[in-house]
Design a protein around this ligand. Structure first.
Ligand code: NCD
Ligand code: ZN
Length: 346
């Protein structure tokens, strides 16, 4: 008999779905396994207003496979001209579950992001008073700060002062990649949680750079040294309610990745659950997988957990996932964990 594990259906608390042909091509990859996902707003132009989010939500629903009951949870892209009343209306509509803070220039399509956090304080104060969470891309953009240090410096320069100023604001530090980030969240009593990606639990910077540069492992925040990866695995597998899954699955077509100036983003929607089952099994923590993928996230977002169940099956022979997803916007390479996967969700 193959070994099975039945858990509450998982959600993805940080996902890039893009738009148009790319959305059409990659949406089934998330809809297959996940009940809900927090949809990142970094389109070109970004999803800034409730009207933008409503229109984008409609395009996602239209692109869903007919039988799917996947629910996109929308976010607004915070700019220095965001209107606090529109944010409050977005929250009241029930469609928008978070606002996203990108430091200007930090990552893919973040040019309209925030240059000076002081300029968005009225919006953040309103969010704190209505209980709308802030998702944060936690990296400074100061060119003098080394790319491997940008997350740790963000905590000191931006996140800690913001939390001192506005302790009631509920924050999600997204795609935590450092022990510094894990420790900072671990010291916090309330109103701070962190998402962890699938790929940062699996790769370190050697995987990215040793033996030739691997563009499909390039993402932001960039993968760090092994000691950081181990801290992330410890946090994810701890069962601590402050850590949950946000895959940051971020498709770019292969020509845009395999380039002299390749885009940042790892596409892991297709095999994320198999990868995570492997990571948790290796850590002797399969009994805590459900907390990480299915329970901690909804609790932090004050939403019910999914009622549907997902059964993971462990196969003796490796499960073969597609290497690429072919879309009308070009092929998208699926994350290669670098080891055989033995788990599947069906
Ligand atoms: C994301 C993308 O491609 O939109 N890229 C990435 O490397 N993670 C943006 C982001 O979340 O930083
Ligand atoms: Zn992202």
């Amino acid at each position: 008999m193959p070994k099975t594990l039945t858990i509450t259906q998982p959600d993805d608390w940080h996902l890039h779905l893009r738009d148009g042909a790319m959305l059409q091509g990659i949406l089934p990859e998330s809809a297959r396994d996940f009940g809900r996902a927090i949809i990142m707003p970094n389109l070109v132009p970004p999803v800034v207003t409730l009207a933008d989010a409503t229109a984008y939500h409609g395009r996602i629903i239209n692109a869903l496979p007919a039988s799917s009951d996947f629910t996109p949870l929308m976010t607004l892209y915070l700019t220095e001209t965001t209107d606090a009343n529109d944010v409050a209306a977005a929250h009241a509509s029930g469609l928008v579950k978070a606002v996203k803070l990108y430091p200007a220039g930090a990552t893919t399509n973040s040019d309209s992001g925030v240059k000076n956090i002081k300029n968005v304080m009225p919006v953040l104060e309103r969010m704190a008073s209505i209980g709308l969470p802030l998702c944060v891309h936690g990296e400074v953009t100061d060119p003098s700060i080394d790319i491997f240090d940008r997350e740790a410096v963000f905590i000191d320069r931006v996140l800690e002062p913001l939390r001192q100023n506005l302790p009631e604001l509920r924050i999600i530090m997204e795609h935590v990649t450092t022990k510094d980030g894990v420790d900072y969240i671990g010291e916090t009593e309330k109103n701070l949680a962190g998402t962890l990606t699938t790929h940062h639990l699996i790769i370190n910077r050697n995987d990215l750079l040793v033996g030739g540069i691997k563009p499909h492992y390039y993402c932001l925040p960039i993968a760090k040294r092994e000691s950081h990866r181990l801290a992330l695995v410890k946090a994810a597998t701890s069962g601590d309610p402050r850590y949950f899954l946000g895959t940051d699955s971020a498709p770019h077509s292969d020509p845009n990745k395999e380039s002299a100036c390749g885009c940042a983003g790892v596409f892991s929607a297709t095999n994320t659950m198999a990868c995570l089952a492997h990571v948790f099994e290796t850590a002797g923590a399969l009994d805590r997988l459900e907390k990480f993928t299915s329970l901690n996230g909804p609790a932090y977002y004050r939403l019910p957990a999914n009622t549907a169940k997902t059964t993971l099956t462990r196969h003796d022979s490796p499960v073969i996932f597609p290497e690429k997803i072919e879309t009308k916007a070009g092929p998208v390479t699926v994350f290669d964990p670098g080891f055989p996967l033995h788990w599947s969700t069906s």
